[in-house]
Design a protein around this ligand. Structure first.
Ligand code: C5P
Length: 245
């Protein structure tokens, strides 16, 4: 099996509001992106890693990859306007020998070998597999009420419905697909806006398996997430996470 990884780091990180690009912000002294690159590059089945970056963070990410001596990076390609455009550019850069593609957001530093193994195993068998965890929260759909011009009261949101959460999963990365399948999905449906890669495969009506990810596999999106990530690292020291170099 020739397994390639695409690691996405081309987002603008607007919700993160920091001076440094999110992929190179320090988490317990190491740049965020290095955590997942370390796990992926040490995985025995992964043969190459394609890094998708943007023109503003390219130099800093290249510097971090060199400093931490991350092997297997075959290419650094420039991303696109939407996440899915960045993935498509990564797909176009894959080695001809690739038959399985793992796609991962660099903002999720806490993947581990168990998660990678189970998603890869399921994708190899069924063509498409993604990591996820059962939803813990109550989910409601809300609708914004217009601000009252006459009384000057602020607009607010009312509940339209509560979604039954049984059977609902919060989806993470990594997501792994057979190369032909994910390319076909992108070629057919990339014009439609999606928030993950599996959505495009679902549009081909190909079944996508969900395998158990981890509640630690958080996505660092806003500054609060960095505080949570630091707490995870301090609790998990010595259990394989946060080994500083
Ligand atoms: O915006 P969102 O949080 O969904 O981004 C998830 C991942 O996709 C991040 O790793 C981000 O860097 C990446 N991304 C990208 N190109 C974009 C937008 C997001 O590589 N245009």
């Amino acid at each position: 099996m020739y397994l390639s990884a695409i690691v996405l780091a081309a987002g603008k990180g607007e919700r993160f509001r920091s001076r440094l690009p999110k992929p190179v912000v320090r988490l317990n002294s190491r740049p965020v992106i290095i955590y997942s690159l370390d796990i992926l590059s040490r995985h025995p089945l992964i043969k190459e890693i394609i890094l998708v970056v943007n023109s503003l963070n390219r130099g800093k990410i290249a510097g971090a990859v060199n400093k931490y001596r991350i092997p297997k990076i075959s290419r650094m390609v420039e991303g696109g306007a939407r996440r899915q455009d960045s993935v498509y550019k990564g797909l176009k850069a894959l080695d001809d020998k690739t038959d399985l593609v793992l796609i991962h957001d660099c903002g999720r530093p806490f993947i581990d070998k168990r998660i990678v193994d189970s998603v890869v195993r399921a994708a190899n068998k069924y063509g498409a597999a993604i990591a996820g965890v059962p939803l813990k929260s109550t989910i409601k759909k809300g609708a914004r009420i217009q601000r009252h011009q006459d009384t000057n009261t602020p607009g607010s949101v009312v509940v339209v419905e509560t979604i039954d959460r049984s059977g609902l999963w919060e989806i993470q990365t990594p997501q792994v697909f057979k190369k032909d399948l994910i390319l076909r999905a992108y070629e057919n449906f990339n014009c439609q806006d999606v928030t993950d890669d599996a959505m495009l495969v679902e549009r081909l009506e190909h079944p996508v398996r969900i395998v158990k990810g981890s509640y630690f596999n958080i996505k660092i999106t806003t500054p609060e997430d960095l505080v949570i990530a630091e707490a995870i690292l301090s609790k998990c020291k010595g259990k394989g996470r946060g080994k500083g170099k």
